[in-house]
Design a protein around this ligand. Structure first.
Ligand SMILES: [Zn+2]
Ligand SMILES: [Zn+2]
Length: 259
């Protein structure tokens, strides 16, 4: 059995065909999935998915790429994180990829939002889902400054260097690989993936985006985390069952879920 540690089932591409998407999970032996919150207006939807389905879990948080959106307060995050199916805070982090011609200083709102998520996670004793793009040095610095090693979590859709992975693991974070690792162009990431021990690894789809080979370009869905798992097992030269068992155990451990 595989587990999709990061998907967006509330996005219209997936929610409008939810029965089929859930059936495909069962067919591909994907036992659980984590539905990840990206903003406050859609959060009730994400929460409801987890409430309605025993094998779905949810997060609460506001994505760093969402600009014209209500800011989450510390109190809001802590309150929502009390829900038994809200197992993690995020996705949060930094994303300087779309900074364009704006200055570093003008992105302070993103760093402030990130700090609020970390503080709420520490107060809630729940882990964090970290999104980082073109910003790994700042991401690691802020995690350190805020004491995120007390709670850990996951570096999701990991595309950074082996060095960044090692530093994050030292701080108690798991490293989660998406369909990107299956792409022919992802040679460096595949090398990093070989270096990340099975004990610290998660797998995800980030669906509806980033469909793995052989589905690249199509609308991704949680069932296809099985393709990510198969690819990594092959890359590491280990049996698929071993990869599936470790990454599933890691999921329950990372998100403190009693089976
Ligand atoms: Zn993300
Ligand atoms: Zn995401």
């Amino acid at each position: 059995m595989f587990i999709d540690s990061h998907c967006h089932l509330d996005f219209p591409e997936l929610q409008t065909r939810l029965p089929e998407v859930l059936a495909n999970m069962a067919t591909c032996k994907v036992s659980h999935a984590l539905c990840v919150s990206v903003d406050i207006p859609d959060f009730p939807n994400v929460k409801k998915l987890a409430e309605d389905h025993a094998h779905l879990y949810a997060s609460v948080g506001v994505h760093p790429d969402y600009e014209d959106t209500p800011e989450p307060s510390f109190d809001f995050l802590v309150e929502e994180a009390k829900h038994p199916k809200i197992v993690v805070i995020g996705e949060t982090g930094l994303d300087y990829y779309r900074i364009g011609d704006r200055s570093y200083e003008s992105m302070e709102w993103q760093r402030e939002r990130f700090r609020i998520h970390i503080r709420a996670a520490i107060a809630s004793k729940k882990p964090l889902i970290i999104h980082t793009r073109s910003s790994s040095a700042d991401t690691l610095r802020i995690l350190k400054e805020e004491g995120a090693d007390q709670i850990g979590g996951v570096m999701h859709c990991f595309t950074e260097s082996t060095e960044v992975a090692m530093t994050a693991m030292e701080m108690g974070f798991y490293i989660s690989f998406s369909g990107i690792v299956t792409f022919k162009s992802a040679k460096d990431l595949q090398e990093t993936c070989k270096q990340v021990p099975l004990e610290r690894m998660l797998i995800e789809t980030d669906s509806p985006y980033l469909a793995p080979i052989p589905y690249r370009g199509r609308t991704n869905e949680p069932a296809w985390v099985s393709k990510v798992g198969e690819f990594i097992a092959d890359l590491k030269g280990i049996p698929i069952d071993q990869l599936a068992e470790h990454t599933s155990n890691n999921f329950f451990q990372c998100f403190q879920i009693d089976r």
